[in-house]
Design a protein. Structure first.
Length: 158
């Protein structure tokens, strides 16, 4: 289990202020809790309602930009977790899995380097509880033309 104070200090050390989570724009919810599992819907690289990273890796987006996009997705995942747990980070046991989707050309091969932006942030904020299983998948396109989308699966205390 995590210490709420530690998580908040880690966020502050990385100059991260968690945003109010984005509201779902279709027939789904931002997160769902079932038993001790917290599932966070795919989050986009959006800040204050504005898309910050669009395009296609291997075409008009480089790996560093994709990494930054994945990092912003992870910030939005943490905002959903924060809301789901009513700010009580001590209920979070671990990040179990992240699923990363990268809008990429067919010949692009560095999907893991892009999704490291989300993975690295999870570990930086959650410590060992942020180490997770992961998928990094290339796709032809993503909602709103973004270059990355990331979803999360967490274990929580009841």
């Amino acid at each position: 289990m995590l210490n709420t104070h530690t998580v908040l200090n880690n966020l502050k050390a990385h100059n991260i202020i968690l945003p109010t989570p984005a509201k779902a724009v279709a027939n789904y919810v931002g997160y769902h809790i079932t038993g001790s599992t917290l599932i966070v819907s795919g989050q986009l690289p959006v800040k204050e309602g504005v898309v910050h990273y669009s395009g296609v890796l291997g075409d008009n987006v480089d790996i560093d930009t994709g990494y930054a996009a994945a990092r912003l997705c992870a910030v939005n995942i943490l905002a959903q977790v924060h809301q789901a747990l009513s700010g009580d980070w001590s209920r979070l046991k671990m990040c179990v899995r992240l699923g990363g989707f990268v809008a990429a050309t067919p010949d692009f091969k560095d999907h893991p380097k892009v999704i490291n932006g989300a993975s690295d942030l999870m570990v930086a904020i959650l410590g060992d509880a942020g180490r997770h299983a992961r998928a990094a998948v290339g796709v032809a396109s993503l909602p709103l033309g973004v270059c990355v989308e990331v979803e999360g699966l967490f274990e929580i205390a009841l």
